[in-house]
Write a protein that binds this ligand. Sequence first.
Ligand SMILES: Nc1ncnc2c1ncn2[C@@H]1O[C@H](COP(=O)(O)OP(=O)(O)O)[C@@H](O)[C@H]1O
Ligand SMILES: [Mg+2]
Length: 245
Amino acid sequence: MREVELLSLNKQSNTMTEALRELRTNIGFCGDDIKTILFTSALPNEGKSTVVIDFARSLDESGKSVLVIDSDMRKSVLIGRHRAKAKDGEPIKGLSHFLAGLSKLDEVVYKTQLKQMHIIFSGPRVLNPTELLEKKYYSGLIHAIREKFDYVLIDCAPLGAAIDAAVIAKECDGAVIVVAQSEATSKMVLNVRRQLENSGVRILGAVLNKVDMKKANYYGKYYGGYYGKYYGKYYSEYYNDVDEE
Ligand SMILES: Nc1ncnc2c1ncn2[C@@H]1O[C@H](COP(=O)(O)OP(=O)(O)O)[C@@H](O)[C@H]1O
Ligand SMILES: [Mg+2]
């Protein structure tokens, strides 16, 4: 298997570690049939990629094998942000190579330096991401890998901007909505929920991100039945973003 080193991984604060552990427990309680989980949001920059990578690290630490698929082919930041370098020195191949039929599956799955965390990067930008995702290659990919890992976490484009996540949802066991406090309106988030529900995927919950910890208790304010998660704003202290966004 090809290997990649993520040269910059942020340190996690205790609040973060705790929040991620809770997310892990909550998802664990959703049942062992939940393996492939997509993450989306209403808007860009709500923290999907951040949450996905940190959640993958948290699962890895707990002894689970995990594959992250960067399926946000509109705004991909993982290679630059984490300064990913392939061990063999070759240019990194990604999802768009695979979906276009240019690379085989084992050429795009990279094992990271963490124990059991793997990544498929998004690959170069393409003009027609939705069309590529709708093709049989994507569902073939999900089916081929689901038995190889304990969890497959799929980082998707925001549903307010493109229907990609709803297309991907058809192939997933569960979906998590990332909501940055004070960014998306509740109407926007409910719209995301409706689109996901229409795709038939089970909605596992929402991660409330970029929370102002000084303010009142927001737990579950917007989403009656969902669990809200304080995924602290402390994050920014540790995050050294190197991408142009
Ligand atoms: N909890 C947080 N606190 C502060 N900044 C955050 C937090 N989560 C994400 N960010 C920052 O917000 C920006 C967008 O995050 P990102 O994960 O790329 O969002 P998305 O994938 O939803 O577009 C990044 O600069 C990231 O470092
Ligand atoms: Mg992202």
